[in-house]
Ligand binder design. Structure first.
Ligand code: KG4
Ligand code: ZN
Length: 345
């Protein structure tokens, strides 16, 4: 079959601490999705160290590209376009992906497509099911917490975002204060499930009509309880605290997402980003959607966390429309999602 007919997008994702390359056919069929995580390297520092992250990307990107092409069972010359995360993310990390993608696209003489990372998280869902519009996406990860209104394919409007910590970041900081390993979200989730009583914590609702979030208040409340107990020599009920934190975060996320789904008459609610793995969040959102009669879509875990297949899925939106990116494109650490829409307002 001719290369162009197969519509094979090779995508590169290096925005944070995962080096990933994928090959996806027609925006939906994953032929390979290789992810190399740097978690072990950053764990001893309790978080991602940007300088180390970019060096690690440099060390592994060539091998990951080769692995992804081999696993996909294709030849590099079969590739129709190269997509790459342009932003947001850590600038040094983004640059490694960008330079590799440019070199590949230039050598193969195929189009280059810069992709918005959040559009990737949202379109991870397109790899597992058909999307129906209008939809609301709740993006919850270590770097982002956003409610996005998607009126039609490839069109984005951020209606709410965190004003301070991302929800995953707050999970990680709470976990660290409780002496749990990095990344702490899954550990807090596990502890919360073991609690017999909840230590109640505040919820940050902000203004009545706001879809924004704030997690630094509840995070500080946890830190204060842990520190006070330490000073007094008391033992903290860590499980109760984990449950209190989880309920506070989940309550606000679910309530605002459901309000948005109603206001924007969403025919689907998407949950994406690493925090979509959280059992409390999945359960609460599942119940709320069932009550409201709104179908909920959550990608499998491997597609919730950072990966290049989601970048290929989003890149395909631009490929279909012939919207390619110039070879002098720059890394955009603070890239705006709206500006990446396939139709400009
Ligand atoms: O999407 P992701 O892999 O990376 C970013 O783009 O940020 O998300 C990672 C975040 C981390 O903060 C991690 O603690 C959190 O997702 N996370 C969880 C759970 N699993 C991962 N947070 C709460 N509960 C979980 N089960
Ligand atoms: Zn991400």
């Amino acid at each position: 079959m001719a290369a162009q007919q197969r519509e094979l997008i090779l995508a590169v994702e290096t925005s944070c601490d995962e080096t990933s390359v994928a090959v996806v056919e027609r925006g939906v069929t994953i032929l390979s999705n290789v992810v190399s995580s740097q978690i072990e390297t950053h764990r001893k520092f309790g978080g991602v160290v940007p300088e180390i992250a970019s060096r690690k990307h440099v060390e592994s990107i060539t091998r990951i590209i080769e692995d992804a092409v081999r696993e996909a069972g294709i030849e590099l010359r079969d590739v129709s376009a190269v997509a790459v995360t342009q932003g947001p993310g850590l600038v040094g990390s983004l640059l490694v992906g960008l330079v590799s993608a440019k070199a590949l696209a230039f050598a193969l003489e195929v189009p280059l497509i810069g992709v918005h990372h959040i559009a990737g998280h949202i379109y991870a869902n397109a790899l597992v099911q058909e999307l129906t519009y209008p939809l609301i996406a709740l993006v919850a990860s270590g770097g982002h917490t956003e409610l996005v209104y998607v009126p039609a394919e490839g069109q984005f409007r951020i209606i709410g975002r965190t004003r301070d910590d991302a929800v995953g970041e707050a999970y990680d900081k709470v976990a660290r204060a409780m002496g749990l390993p990095y990344p702490g979200g899954p550990h807090v989730d596990k502890l919360a499930a073991q609690a017999d009583e909840e230590i109640e914590l505040p919820r940050a609702w902000l203004e009545d009509d706001s879809y924004d979030f704030s997690f630094s208040g509840v995070k500080s409340a946890v830190l204060a309880i842990v520190n006070q107990a330490k000073m007094k020599g008391d033992v903290v009920n860590k499980a109760g605290l984990a449950l209190g934190f989880q309920r506070s975060a989940v309550d606000v996320l679910v309530t605002k997402a459901m309000r948005a789904a109603k206001e924007f008459s969403a025919s689907q609610l998407l949950l994406c980003g690493g925090v979509a793995a959280n059992r409390g969040l999945r359960a609460a959102l599942g119940e709320a959607c069932e009550r409201a009669g709104v179908p909920l879509a959550v990608p499998p875990l491997s597609l919730c966390t950072d990966n290049a297949a989601m970048i290929a899925a989003a890149g395909y939106l631009k490929w279909k429309r012939g919207q390619f990116t110039a070879f002098d494109m720059k890394a955009e650490p603070l890239f705006s999602l709206e500006s990446w829409s396939v139709v400009q307002n």
